[in-house]
Design a binder for this molecule. Sequence first.
Ligand SMILES: Cc1cc2nc3c(=O)[nH]c(=O)nc-3n(C[C@H](O)[C@H](O)[C@H](O)COP(=O)(O)OP(=O)(O)OC[C@H]3O[C@@H](n4cnc5c(N)ncnc54)[C@H](O)[C@@H]3O)c2cc1C
Length: 152
Amino acid sequence: MYTFDYQRPTSAAAAAAALQGDARYPAGGQSPVQAMKLRLSASERLVDLGGVAELKGICMEGSNVVVGAMTTHAAVAASADVRKAIPALAELAGGIGDPMVRNMGTIGGSIANADPAACYPAGVLGLGATIKTNQRSIAADDFFTGLYERRR
Ligand SMILES: Cc1cc2nc3c(=O)[nH]c(=O)nc-3n(C[C@H](O)[C@H](O)[C@H](O)COP(=O)(O)OP(=O)(O)OC[C@H]3O[C@@H](n4cnc5c(N)ncnc54)[C@H](O)[C@@H]3O)c2cc1C
């Protein structure tokens, strides 16, 4: 593993401000940390989103289900709101990987990673979801632009 700086902000605004150079945002950390350990990628700085409480959780806004980026797959699978409003989404989340993956992995990490083989990208496309970044709202149809490529 190469050396890197590590930051753990406690607000989304501080996390956005810390994104400079080739910094990356580990969420559950399942993709970037493994790649870094194998020296397949290097980042000068990791901005750990694990301390940003405002990005965690699920709520209803009218008939819309709003899922925070740092909400784990396990939390989506167990959510009473999700199970009632979009049972297929709870089913999808509950089928990702194994219990460790579901307890570490996040919906935001999966969508930001834009792996076309992953479950959430197909799920948000099928549901016609809206992806909210710190800058704007983007329809899922317009969000993914290619293999591991997406808008911000
Ligand atoms: C053994 C194993 C089995 C798996 N099985 C499945 C499966 O069956 N189905 C499936 O869909 N997935 C599967 N996965 C992937 C898993 O769902 C991961 O949780 C998913 O890739 C997201 O990971 P993460 O939350 O750890 O994000 P990370 O890996 O930490 O981040 C992924 C990328 O997104 C960026 N990022 C993360 N959060 C944000 C954010 N809020 N804003 C901007 N950028 C962000 C990071 O910088 C990084 O580049 C599996 C993974 C493992 C290790």
